[in-house]
Design a protein around this ligand. Structure first.
Ligand code: URA
Length: 198
């Protein structure tokens, strides 16, 4: 087991006890995140849905299946990346998370980012983008790489994408998402080259 895996397991166990999110009362269990803690790329969705709540694993429903197909299209598997959500508990009837729920789960996400130290953070959809860059529009910012400081975590490269659930049944969003996705390997190469120079 890697050092990061141990740190993440410990964090997730502690936060499952201590997270003050009110959604704990209605959710079956927390959905902390899954994948490779040594990953270069971290995908961050909005909040768990029904299937995720049942299994305790993010993106295992229809949107997750679509996401896995897109990973495969760029030769990545779920073991190559880390995936989590802004909010760690399912909101009732999959409603949008409330600001106090996002705030309550924020320290958990901050600590995950600090442990994983990804080369790229990929917010999935407008809610995840809003948490990192308030006031920006996913329709304008998808598929663009930019750097941002995250309070208490340092500066990271962001590359926002449309949420796979939004794109699943919308032909033009689907095409845009797949097009943005296809650019990830080139972006990773560029970032690795920059890291080697520094
Ligand atoms: N949508 C999300 O944002 N996260 C999940 O885990 C599943 C669906």
């Amino acid at each position: 087991m890697t050092d990061k895996q141990q740190q993440l397991d410990h964090l997730n166990a502690v936060m499952a006890q201590l997270c003050p999110c009110a959604l704990r009362d209605t959710a079956t269990q927390p959905v902390p995140g899954s994948g490779n803690p040594d990953a270069d790329i971290m995908f961050i969705g909005e909040a768990p849905g029904k299937k995720e709540d049942e299994q305790g694993v993010p993106f295992v429903g229809a949107a997750g299946k679509f996401l896995s197909e897109m990973f495969a299209s760029i030769n990545l598997s779920r073991d190559d990346i880390y995936i989590t959500n802004v909010v760690k508990y399912r909101p009732p009837n999959n409603r949008d998370p409330h600001p106090d729920e996002v705030a309550a789960c924020w320290p958990w996400l901050q600590e995950q980012i600090k442990i994983i130290q990804p080369a790229i953070i990929v917010p999935l959809g407008r809610h995840a983008l809003e948490r990192f860059v308030p006031g920006r529009k996913i329709s304008e910012d998808h598929g663009k790489a930019f750097r941002r400081e995250i309070d208490g975590c340092g500066t990271f490269v962001f590359y926002a994408l449309y949420h796979p659930a939004a794109a699943l049944y919308n032909g033009s969003l689907r095409e845009t998402l797949m097009h943005d996705f296809a650019r990830i390997p080139k972006l990773m190469k560029k970032i690795h080259a920059q890291q080697q120079k520094n």
